[in-house]
Design a protein around this ligand. Sequence first.
Ligand code: CU
Length: 103
Amino acid sequence: MNRIRQTIFAVMFAAAAIFSPFAASADEELPKVMGEVKKVKAKSGKITIKHEPIPNLDMPGMSMVFRIDEGVDISEYKKGDAVEFTVVERDGKMVILSIAKSE
Ligand SMILES: [Cu+2]
């Protein structure tokens, strides 16, 4: 009886995780990461940022190149800008989903 109950809960939990509408809108749950722009290559969609630790990627602070998601405009950014952004890993690349100047 106990095992059946455990199985039912496991199945329900898995189903809830798969069908949860929140699974698709993870952007809002992503932590905002602070950083400083080091280099911008708007045409090729790359931006180098010296960033603070990124909790959702388990990454310590460092300077590195990021890709930007479709629709994200980085043409107005330049070296020295303080920024706040959200990022995910997609196919082994770090992709910025949202970015804004801070301060
Ligand atoms: Cu990094």
